[in-house]
Design a protein around this ligand. Sequence first.
Ligand code: NAD
Length: 325
Amino acid sequence: MNDHIGFDGRVAIVTGAGNGLGRDYALELARRGAKVLVNDLGVTGAGIGASSAAADDVVREIRDAGGEAVASYDSVATREGGAAIVQTAIDAFGKVDICIANAGFLRNGRFEDLSDEQIDAVLGVHLKGAFHVAQPAYKAMRRNGYGRFLFTGSASAMFGHAWQANYAAGKGGLMGLSHVVAIEGSAYGITSNLLLPTAASRLAAEMTDGFKEIPAFADSIARSDRAAARGRTSPEYNTPLALYLVSEACRETHGIFSQNSGRYAKVRIVAADGWVAPVADAPPTIEELARQWDAVCDPTIEHEPLTVYDEFTAASTAARRQGVI
Ligand code: NAD
């Protein structure tokens, strides 16, 4: 059986492809036949400076191995930068099939101390940066009736990480962005998924451990069995999942997928069946709701709405099951 997953004829944009995860995605996409736009502003893990070397080195590596790639040094953090990234891919290769929004950096701090500068810079690169690249890429994909988006979320947003309120807000926003791109893109052959990667990349160097001052969070760190990763912590462990999600073979869309220590798993947003208030002239009192709290939180029956209207369906299904209507 030939189950090879190839990218011949595909054009891929990878932002932040000069280091870490993005670099490995770009190399593997090119190895498997894609033409790759290697974008990187060449900044530090805190988003300082700028250099063309990061993107140039990856382009050189791809070309030396016989692949096709072009470099872009534009910042995703501006609308002009995003437009230039997509235009460079179109000028070089004629179209865009795949867009992996991966560029980013950290500026961690205690929630109450985060400055406008820390908040704006981090939201600007992760959340607005994804918009800046994805909007023109989406238009190009729509013209061809085919596209694959992968947005880079984070476990820090989905599950929480102390001292990363700015980063988690940006990465959490990408979940909403990916969901809506998946819904709208379904009309045009465009899929969108969110990846929660994990890797001992240079971003780890930005993680000063002041966050251990929070006792419950420090306990969670102490309980975690990091040694069980047995070395499966390099950026390369994220690549099979990222590339599968942007392959033609993959039919997934509107999904959230996690890689941690070599474990690949779907992450789902589910709602409990909950408690349905009686049909009456007035809503329930706070006290009535408090009395029903166990039912509100009961995880026995779950719904997984994929649109706002699926939640109306979940509510009516729960109401019928509970004999309320
Ligand atoms: P990295 O620092 O090795 O790579 C990020 C790259 O993005 C850098 O080369 C940097 O120059 C580039 N970049 C930063 N700002 C840019 C901008 N404005 N325009 C273009 N390029 C820019 O980090 P990484 O660990 O490979 O992270 C890649 C992505 O994965 C990031 O979005 C990060 O938040 C996310 N992520 C990483 C982890 C992890 O454990 N490493 C976990 C969750 C999410």
